[in-house]
Ligand binder design. Sequence first.
Ligand code: ADE
Ligand code: ZN
Length: 342
Amino acid sequence: MNQQTSIEDFIKKIPKAELHLHIEGTFEPELMFEIAKRNKIEIKYKSIEELKNAYNFNNLQEFLDIYYEGAGVLIEEQDFYDMTWAYLQKAHSQNVIHAEIFFDPQTHTDRGIKFETVINGIHRAVTDAKEEFGMSAQLIMCFLRHLDEESAIKTFKEALPYKDKITAVGLDSSEVGNPPSKFQKVFEMARGEGFLTVAHAGEEGPAEYVWEALNLLKVSRIDHGNHCLDDEKLIAELAQLQMPLTVCPLSNLKLKVVEDLTEHPLKEMMQKGLLVTINSDDPAYFGGYINENYLAITKALNLSKEDIVQLAKNSFKATFLEDSAKKEMIKKVEECIYETVM
Ligand code: ADE
Ligand code: ZN
């Protein structure tokens, strides 16, 4: 006789795609200290414990200040490889079978690290994950929106020789005061070269930024999108387009986008017909990878097994994969449901 499966085990077991994940946000303190030591770089925190204690944020900017500082110990190609490989192993262990990963080249090139060092280290880990786990991953190059568009254009040009390794461009960092319209030209250049586009919008910024991401940057997904709920017309548009929103519950909690997970808008988004997915954003900083995000939001909002299935299927629908590959992965979700007694 089959054993009853708990909702926790079901979450662990169900195949998932992760679509909102900053590779620099997977940099665990233990690995950070190890890499800092081998690169002979001093970290301002004396111990792993002290560093972890600093992970208390009142808003996005307080987090970003620590996140950019942490990334400062990454120097060699092997460092980028090790960080990416650690994430891919973790994701594989949580039944993530496909990931679309953000990286922030300007965080590194502005410190004198070559673009090729960053991309080659990250991409080599992606190739190894395919070989070792059969797990697929694609890369999304994000522009830092607190910097000017000239810097984004310079980075875009540096990326062109590595075009075959990058699927899409994105927009991240400090949102308020840095609207998508600031990057209209570089996104147009990117689309002209065949890149897909995404943008963080409506995390701390207003619904208007989500409109701009849609209309000016012509994005294929909105990252976060929480504030779309302030605008009925926008909700209708996003639902009609079936525009994916890559939602990050533990991130929203840690950055105080929501006061408590029980107040998280995920369920409301689903009820309004939006195509939402669950993601971990910066798991090393926010206290959980994808399964912890699924579990925390499931408990907070009392989600059902059907909701979880919907979210897992949405994650594949929202990928940049070919339709045939999406279908194959959704079939794996179906097989998982079939095998599960609840
Ligand atoms: N960079 C890393 N995480 C981010 C987030 N949640 N919002 C904006 N930029 C980011
Ligand atoms: Zn993010």
